[in-house]
Ligand binder design. Structure first.
Ligand code: GDP
Length: 296
């Protein structure tokens, strides 16, 4: 892990080599660098503070004191804690309900909900042989409905039509009826997003949630969103019982600190990572690999 660290952090590890034990003061030095690395990766400040406090407590405990290589032991603690925090929880989709299992997609406009809906449809179809239906409740943007139609076709799944003059709840009811009648295993419901948090939008998705009783409510968040991810995550967590997170655009050049922020704020497991615009660009989230990326 040490090789993946920033130069400064690696240098501190070297400096600490040979010291018999870790002291409060050299832990402070190390943690200052870790703090910088996290902030540079765009982890939100309150989340950084919490994380550093947890690591400090562990570092000053039994694990490090008396270790032959205290610097590396400390870095080990940081990496492990980072991976443990981000990797906590059930990564797989929970679809063990009476079919059709509903997956409700939540998130801001542009986060990647529509793209991810189709990516998940394809995964479920190909890997688990599920019969998947998608539907768009985005009645504000006709283009979004068309976009879902196009990407669903690419996924080889079925798309249920909806139009801008319908109410989202009516669309959901019709799609659910259709899915039941035609024995679909999974219904993926794409929803409207706004550019910023919006009360009306939140109420709309809450009523969709109450009606659909989804097996999974996935919060889709753009990894490039950085510091702002914390506010978006807070708003969606307050509005909905989130069952999982999808972190998109990890193919971009952000260090992906949003993962730690969003995980800490929502407490929901990070289930998938979006790694390209293409329909196959989705992976099971790998917390250990991501910890290395955040530390830079
Ligand atoms: P929505 O408004 O939440 O439904 O977002 P979209 O699914 O329309 O995605 C917004 C833009 O982000 C589109 O141009 C997508 O192709 C792109 N996008 C979504 N996920 C990813 C990803 O994982 N990586 C990259 N590079 N682009 C993505």
């Amino acid at each position: 892990m040490a090789s993946a660290l920033s130069d400064k952090l690696s240098r501190l590890v070297k400096e600490m080599r040979g010291q018999a034990r870790i002291t409060e003061s050299n832990v402070q030095d190390m943690l200052r660098e870790v703090r910088m690395a996290l902030l540079e990766a765009d982890v939100a400040l309150p989340v950084v503070r919490d994380f550093i406090a947890r690591v400090k407590e562990k570092a000053l405990g039994q694990d490090v004191v008396g270790s032959l290589k205290p610097g590396q032991a400390l870095v080990g603690i940081v990496s492990k804690e980072l991976a443990a925090t981000m990797g906590e929880g059930q990564a797989e989709l929970n679809l063990n309900v009476q079919p059709p299992a509903v997956i409700l997609m939540a998130g801001l406009q542009g986060a990647g909900k529509t793209t991810t809906s189709a990516k998940i449809a394809k995964l479920l179809k190909e890997r688990l042989k599920k019969k998947v239906l998608t539907v768009s409740g985005d009645v504000y943007r006709p283009a979004a409905i068309e976009q879902l139609k196009t990407v669903t076709a690419q996924a080889g799944a079925e798309w249920f039509p909806s139009t801008p003059d319908q109410k989202p709840l009516d669309i959901a009811r019709a799609a659910l009826d259709y899915a039941k009648k035609h024995y679909f295993d999974v219904l993926i419901v794409d929803t409207a997003g706004r550019l910023a948090i919006d009360e009306v939008l939140m109420q709309e998705i809450q009523s969709l949630h109450a009606f659909l009783k989804p097996a999974e409510t996935l919060f889709v968040v753009d990894a490039m969103q950085g510091q702002d991810a914390i506010n978006t995550a807070k708003a969606f967590k307050e509005a909905l019982p989130l069952s999982g997170i999808v972190l998109t655009k990890l193919d971009g050049d952000s260090r992906g600190g949003a993962a730690l922020s969003v995980k800490q704020i929502t407490g929901a497991p990070i289930k998938f990572a979006g790694v390209s615009e293409k329909i196959d660009g989705i992976e099971i989230f790998d917390a250990e690999r991501h910890a290395g990326r955040i530390l830079g």
